[in-house]
Design a protein around this ligand. Structure first.
Ligand code: SF4
Ligand code: SF4
Length: 472
């Protein structure tokens, strides 16, 4: 940078570093109504995550994404890669639900249910057990390396490591049967991919929840950047009531606020100390605010002690705050066009998804032309094409399947397979399709559209399109 603010002074060159090291945030522990909800969600999400792979259904793992067998089990559902549309639908539902909740209640997801928040909460809890609350941790940070520090830090990292490893192990247990994974633990007999993903996921958990924490929300998460597009002036956000709180300042409990010309904020700084992203909500809404409501809980405690009404920091809308709207008026504004549109679209997609799942065919069939045997003339001049059919039972019950082919006169399937598939079984079946010489001559050389008709007892017939090649 060239500094030449005065004309007669020679220009000076200064090097300005654009790198600023991130100060470590030591958030203070907090208790209160919202903190209770956050922990309830930590328990709910973690019981689900750690518990689901251990559940059994019909003698198999209830939730298993068996990539090797290309089969996904979700309770009673047996899904194949052909059912990818349902996963797409589920992702769209999740995205729309996020849009809807964000439009109504701001960053509820971030503050209460996002894995980053949940694991950071767990890791911070462990940290407090080993190193104490904020002040003790700040002292420990400043202290030189001694036995006390070594033991406390070592214990904390060990506990973090165990949680991270268990998380990585559970994650892989969704893709490899978790019971067989557990059986591999004593002999460390994991496959290379299992080992890689356990290591990767454990490291990601340890790094994100133990070290990066709020930096993931501030610098890495794209949602933090685009969520403001879903906000409007009637979205619930964490707000500091500046009209009520200012002018801020210290005072005694009995101070007469009018004569002292003070608002309700006693400038204790606790709302900043509990903030996991280290911001001061009194400066207004900032994108770093993850909506965890820790500042509400702590400030309500301060208001109680001062015998002031609660809610100096509260969930409120910008319109509500500025226009002093009561709760009834704010509730009525929830049903605004944006919310109605998001809800309508969400209901439609959920209905379509449910309809699709409930009317899903019992059998899935994939037709693959045998590339080794494109087309050939066999006995009596018949023209033969060879295919491989992948027949997949998408139910837990045994299914009898009949397959036939049509599209050209006299077309026959050799042999005509009469298949019986066990529950969730998938099988490759080689089939040859033959066309009599006169029909082949009439159709002419080249590719002709045909179809395989798959009939399952008690189900509507399925049709799979393919092509039949007649050689020159
Ligand atoms: S916790 Fe409440 S009273 Fe204390 S500084 Fe924050 S807003 Fe003011
Ligand atoms: S400002 Fe309040 S709600 Fe926002 S992140 Fe900080 S403590 Fe949580």
């Amino acid at each position: 940078v060239t500094d030449s603010t005065t004309t007669d002074a020679p220009a000076r060159e200064q090097v300005i570093s654009l790198y600023a090291s991130q100060p470590k945030i030591q958030a203070r522990a907090v208790s209160g109504w919202f903190n209770g909800w956050r922990w309830a969600l930590v328990w709910a999400t973690q019981l689900l995550f750690y518990g689901a792979p251990w559940l059994q259904w019909n003698g198999r793992q209830a939730v298993l994404f068996d990539l090797a067998a290309r089969r996904f089990y979700l309770g009673p559902l047996v899904l194949y890669p052909q059912d990818f549309i349902y996963l797409t639908g589920l992702l769209i539902v999740s995205a729309y639900a996020l849009f809807l909740f964000t439009a109504v209640a701001g960053r509820l997801w971030c503050g209460f249910a996002c894995p980053q928040t949940v694991y950071t909460e767990i890791f911070m809890w462990v940290e407090q057990r080993f190193e104490g609350d904020r002040n003790k941790r700040l002292k420990l940070d400043a202290a030189g390396l001694g036995l006390n520090k070594l033991l406390r830090r070592g214990g904390k990292h060990l506990a973090w490591g165990v949680i991270a490893l268990w998380t990585g192990f559970t994650f892989v247990g969704y893709f490899t049967p978790i019971r067989s994974l557990m059986a591999a633990v004593p002999g460390f007999a994991f496959g290379p991919w299992e080992l890689f993903w356990i290591g990767f996921y454990s490291l990601a958990t340890y790094g994100n929840a133990g070290w990066l924490r709020e930096q993931v929300c501030k610098y890495m998460c794209p949602y933090a950047r685009f969520q403001s597009a879903m906000f409007d002036r009637d979205t619930l956000i964490i707000s500091y009531d500046a009209e009520r709180g200012e002018p801020r300042g210290t005072r005694g409990r009995k101070t007469d606020l009018e004569s002292a010309q003070l608002g309700h904020c006693i400038d204790c700084g606790l709302c900043v100390q509990v903030c996991p992203t280290g911001i001061d909500i009194r400066k207004g809404l900032q994108y770093e605010c993850i909506g965890c409501a820790a500042c509400i809980d702590v400030c309500n405690g301060v208001m109680d002690k001062m015998h002031y009404p609660r809610g100096l920091i509260r969930y409120d809308t910008q319109n509500g705050m500025e226009q002093h709207l009561d709760r009834g008026s704010e509730w009525r504004r929830v049903f605004r066009p944006r919310v109605v549109v998001y809800t309508g679209v969400l209901v439609l997609i959920v209905a379509a998804l449910l309809y699709g799942l409930l009317t899903r065919p019992a059998i899935r069939v994939d037709v693959v032309r045998d590339r080794g045997v494109l087309s050939r003339v066999v006995e009596d001049g018949w023209v033969e094409n060879v295919y491989r059919l992948q027949v997949m039972n998408a139910t837990e019950q045994m299914q009898s399947v009949r397959v036939s082919a049509s599209g050209l006169p006299g077309m026959q399937l050799v042999p005509v397979p009469a298949l019986t598939l066990a529950g969730a079984e998938a099988r490759w079946v080689p089939v040859a399709v033959r066309v009599p010489p006169e029909a082949a001559a009439q159709a002419g050389a080249g590719s002709h559209a045909i179809q395989f008709d798959i009939v399952v007892t008690g189900e509507a017939p399925l049709t799979e399109k393919s092509t039949f090649m007649v050689p020159r």
